[in-house]
Design a binder for this molecule. Structure first.
Ligand code: SF4
Ligand code: SF4
Length: 425
């Protein structure tokens, strides 16, 4: 753990007691140029902000997203807009002056949400509602619900009636995405969303603002892709757990501040990248829904496996696909959704995801796949048997790990992962 990070985690009073060391830190040359972020960090982080490296800042934000969002709202007045899914048209929210904020469930016990949702809903949906009902999300100006799985659709109704945020917008996207009528419908839905957002936030989303937003999102997605590529070449350049924090922070931060941090991080990683990796762990791909458990990556590394790519909602599904620039911006946003690989809540052909997964394994020189999704996640559970069949037919070892908010014990995880690693050639 770096000196800066250790100090960041200490209360300010303790820092004062350590006057000499703190002064020494003050005199240090800042290692990176990312200072704008400081204005939204808590006071003790603010004092140390300029001395922290990009990754340290990202991890602090990822570990305490609610404090970050509250401070952001207080400091900038920007509306923070909650959402649960990679099909949220974030480019429009940014163009409206908002900050798209991904919700990841709760770390607290679930009690209030049980009055509204059955116990067999996934922990993301139950946990999100729990935090909303407890007032933990009071920084949100509103929420956007792309209609995807059944649980999210039901949650949207319950949320609208009970969560009490100033605005609530449903975005009823098409399910089957490979037809001309789906494209026409998708464009209509996005135009309706634009108009709903303009009313909710009392702004006008001009083409100029939207084009600027698209440009920014393309840059952010490209940088995330570059960082993933670097890690695929040399997994030692950044740990998988740290990369998880990068993706998570990318889904919650003010995107202008994020761009500065990502540029700084990418440049740091580039400088230290080895042409040929010394890492001898087995290369695996993680496939599934959300992963909100950095400990899983560490447990895998300890067992001799390295996640070198993923097919996750909290991974490549968030950033893959660029938006074409030059034409109608709304149509361009729609085309990204229509051309990127679907999640299991959407449809292309019946074999598209299976073919894609086998191709990923080959392209990334991976030796196995771990399927990981939340218990009671219907879309991923329905797709699992056929995806497994595709991998089995291609001779790719694979296992399934269903998780909830609480992970199995370290010992259990280690045993499962070690057994899997032994299966891989
Ligand atoms: S699986 Fe699909 S619907 Fe569910 S969160 Fe991921 S992108 Fe959204
Ligand atoms: S796709 Fe799965 S994990 Fe995501 S909200 Fe729906 S049921 Fe939950």
């Amino acid at each position: 753990m770096s000196v800066e990070r250790t100090l960041v985690l200490l209360p300010l009073t303790v820092l004062r007691m350590q006057g000499i060391h703190f002064k020494r830190l003050i005199n240090r040359k800042p290692p990176c140029k990312t200072n704008r972020i400081n204005r939204i960090l808590p006071i003790h982080l603010l004092m140390l902000g300029q001395f922290m490296e990009a990754l340290d800042k990202i991890k602090i934000i990822s570990e305490d997203p609610y404090s970050y969002a509250s401070n952001l709202k207080q400091a900038t007045g920007k509306p923070v807009v909650g959402n649960f899914c990679s099909y949220t048209p974030e480019e429009l929210i940014y163009a409206a002056g908002g900050v798209p904020f991904r919700l990841f469930g709760t770390k607290e016990d679930i009690s209030l949400a049980d009055a509204h949702l059955q116990a067999y809903c996934c922990s993301l949906v139950r946990g999100g509602l729990e935090d909303a009902l407890k007032g933990n999300l009071s920084f949100l100006s509103g929420t956007v619900f792309p209609h995807t799985c059944d649980s999210i659709q039901r949650l949207s109704d319950i949320w609208r009636l009970n969560a009490g945020f100033p605005f609530h917008i449903d975005v009823v996207l098409p399910v089957k995405l490979d037809t001309q009528s789906a494209r026409t419908y998708m464009i209509d839905v996005l135009n309706a969303f634009k108009s709903d957002l303009e009313t909710a936030l009392n702004v006008s989303i001009t083409d100029k603002k939207l084009l600027q937003s698209i440009n920014l999102y393309n840059r952010l997605r490209r940088i995330l892709g570059e960082i993933y590529e670097m890690r695929s070449i040399d997994p030692d350049c950044i740990s998988a757990a740290d990369l998880y924090h990068v993706i998570k922070a990318s889904m919650i931060m003010d995107r202008d501040e994020l761009l500065e941090l990502l540029l700084s991080l990418r440049d740091d990683l580039k400088k230290n990248l080895k042409e040929k990796t010394l890492n001898t762990n087995k290369r695996i791909i993680l496939s599934g829904g959300i992963c909100n458990h950095p400990d899983i990556y560490t447990a895998l590394e300890d067992s001799g496996a390295e996640v070198i790519w993923d097919d996750l909602c909290t991974g490549t599904r968030y950033f893959e696909g660029e938006i074409e620039q030059g034409g109608d911006p709304i149509e361009a946003v729609a085309d990204r959704y229509l051309t990127r690989m679907v999640c299991p809540a959407k449809h292309l052909t019946v074999t598209a995801r299976g073919e894609n997964l086998v191709r990923l394994v080959k392209d990334r020189n991976a030796s196995g796949v771990i399927f990981m999704f939340l218990k009671f996640c219907d879309p991923h559970s329905f797709d699992y048997p056929y995806l497994k069949q595709f991998l089995d037919d291609a001779g790719v070892p694979n296992i399934l790990l269903e998780v909830e908010e609480q992970l199995p014990s370290d010992a259990q995880l280690k045993t499962r992962f070690e057994t899997f690693v032994d299966m891989i050639d």
